[in-house]
Design a protein around this ligand. Structure first.
Ligand code: ADP
Length: 319
């Protein structure tokens, strides 16, 4: 896959002359609050349920931000807002200084469960965003070929989703999101449904693609290891209502690979920090995926070893 990157035509994030508006942030979320109308507890009428409250986050262009938190803390709700599929009840959400009012092609979305169009072939799935953009057929064919190469699916162009493995479907979803060259990628548990080995391959591939393209990526995951491996910052959410509990800056050296990180005591120390942050104040931590040892020997090591992670809610503002 690496050999194809240069030919893929993926472009790094463009840095406009004069800098980005609003202090250089690509995305700004201010006091986001999301309420849902639910059936009242007494069974009569409706009442408001507060899913997200006072959510603040500034994201720099080209930054990789992971979001972790217990089930029900509002991760999917937040992703829907970021994608423009839902409007927050209140608060403001800006991209490049402009209020977001709906979905747009500046954001590519890779959700869990693949969400490919079952009636479209691999090629036609990858071309979908390009069709929406009005790209001519010949150019679409050229672009989709490059991205199918990038995710190593040459030879599978004419297959339908049901003829592909889970890992292959996920590659199609990534190729589809990248093909129309969005500046932001929103990823909701994109690797949750594939086996552990494929997941590691996809993580390593995503890091390589991100390294080359410097897309701004928001990545929701249940896996602490995955969040740390990939991100510049990990946003830890708390539940009832969902809000930013802490933001952990990950200053592990890059490039990172699964293999290197597995053997790294620094990585283990950062993981410990994130776990402790999740569990502070009696917060419920997400279940440990296979292979993670939240309560292993590291519990007895001093937290913040090596100063590799900084847990500080001020970092939510990207400072
Ligand atoms: P997560 O993705 O972190 O598991 P969600 O964003 O799915 O969390 O949900 C956050 C909270 O909002 C949960 O308590 C959930 O039950 C509630 N919720 C989500 N969607 C709706 C909806 N459409 N109507 C009512 N409540 C909802």
């Amino acid at each position: 896959m690496t050999s194809n990157l240069q030919e893929s035509g993926l472009r790094p994030t463009a840095f406009p002359a004069g800098g980005f508006p609003d202090g250089g942030y690509k995305m700004i979320l201010r006091d986001i609050r999301q309420e849902y109308q639910v059936r009242a507890k007494d069974g009569e009428g409706k009442e408001a349920f507060l899913a997200i409250e006072s959510f603040n986050l500034d994201v720099r262009p080209g930054e990789f931000v992971s979001i972790v938190g217990p089930s029900g803390c509002g991760k999917s709700t937040l992703l829907d807002i970021l994608a423009g599929l839902a409007r927050a009840t209140s608060g403001s959400y800006l991209i490049d200084g402009k209020e977001v009012t709906g979905p747009a092609l500046d954001r590519g979305i890779v959700m869990q469960g693949y969400a490919l169009f079952p009636w479209r072939t691999v090629r036609k799935n990858v071309e979908f965003g390009l069709e929406m953009k009005g790209v001519a057929s010949a150019e679409r064919g050229e672009i989709s070929r490059r991205f199918i190469d990038l995710v190593n699916l040459q030879g599978f162009e004419d297959r339908y989703p049901h003829e592909l493995s889970g890992g292959m479907k996920q590659r199609v979803a990534i190729a589809r999101a990248l093909a129309y060259d969005p500046e932001i990628l929103l990823m909701d548990e994109p690797f949750a449904a594939v086996d552990a080995q494929t997941r590691e391959t996809l993580q390593d591939e995503l890091m390589r693609i991100w390294d080359q393209t410097k897309k701004t990526i928001i990545f929701v995951t249940h896996s602490i290891d995955e969040a740390i491996l990939l991100a510049d910052r990990v946003v830890v959410m708390s539940t009832n209502p969902g809000r930013v509990k802490s933001v952990v800056r990950i200053v592990l050296p890059r490039p990172r690979t699964n293999q290197d990180m597995r053997a790294s005591s620094d990585f283990a120390a950062v993981r410990q920090t994130v776990w402790e942050t999740l569990q502070e104040d009696g917060g419920e931590a997400p279940p440990a995926p296979e292979g993670e040892e939240p309560f292993g020997p590291l519990r007895h090591r001093p937290p913040f070893a090596g100063q590799l992670a900084v847990a500080d809610s001020r970092l939510a503002a990207g400072s």
